[in-house]
Structures are given as structure tokens and as C-alpha cells.
Design a protein around this ligand. Sequence first.
Ligand code: HEC
Length: 111
Amino acid sequence: MNIKQFSLAAVVLAAAALTHPAHAVVKTIELPPDGAQLKPSPLPGYAKAQANCVACHSAEYMLYQPPTAPRGYWDAMVHRMKAVFKAPIDDADMPAIVDYLAKTYGNEQAK
Ligand code: HEC
């Protein structure tokens, strides 16, 4: 390989190194198709959760909670969103939202 071929190869490799990691990064942040949205449910809390729980973050946050999480965990979570992050959740809507979360993402999921 003469010097001209060598530097050409180096340029090609450098270009590959530049484009490749960028590609890999794009791949790793790709979301699972159904993770970004709340799981549909006939429960009344589903619509309320859609209205109250995905304004600040995606439904991924629910998906990544332990599926063993009991109702009290979800209740605390909903209250925490309101108390800590000032989520404008109507207290009257909370029980329905907690019910939906426990049955959809927590330990009350249908087996
Ligand atoms: C006002 C904005 C806002 C709203 C509305 C909101 N959240 Fe959050 N939520 C946050 C923030 C901020 C975090 C923390 C993000 C972080 O740590 O990266 C968070 C985190 C979470 C997490 C991850 C676990 C944790 O404790 O950090 C869950 C689960 C969650 N929210 C559920 C909900 C549910 C359920 C609702 C609806 C009742 C809701 N959120 C509404 C702002 C909000």
C-alpha cells in the first residue's frame, strides 16, 4: 500500500467511525412501540391517566415500575407527582387513576 492509498483508507475509516457511533446512539434510544403510551384499558382511570400522567413524561415511567408494586405504591406515586412536581391532578380523580395503574402496571394485573 503506498502512502496515497493508506491515507485514503484512513479517511474512509475515520468517516465510518464518525457515522457509526451516531447510528448506534439513535438505535439505543429507540422506544418500544407501545412503551411511550399508556396501555389501553376499559377502566375509567385510563382516560384520567392520559389526561393527568403523560404531560411531563412518557408512559415509559409506568412501564419501568416493578410489576409487583401494590396499590399503595401507586397511590403514593400519584400523590408524589402532585406534591413534589405540582402535577395538576384533581384529588377526586386519584382513586380511579390509582385503580388503573395498579391493575395495568402493578400487582393487580390480570395474569
Ligand atoms: C407536572 C409534571 C408531572 C406530571 C403531570 C406527572 N409526573 Fe410523574 N414525574 C414527574 C417528574 C419531574 C418525575 C421525575 C423525573 C425523573 O426523575 O427523571 C416523574 C417521575 C415519575 C415516575 C418514575 C418514578 C419516580 O418516582 O421518579 C412515575 C412512575 C411517574 N412519574 C408516574 C406519574 C403518574 C402515574 C402521573 C399521573 C398521576 C404522573 N407521573 C404525572 C413529573 C410529572
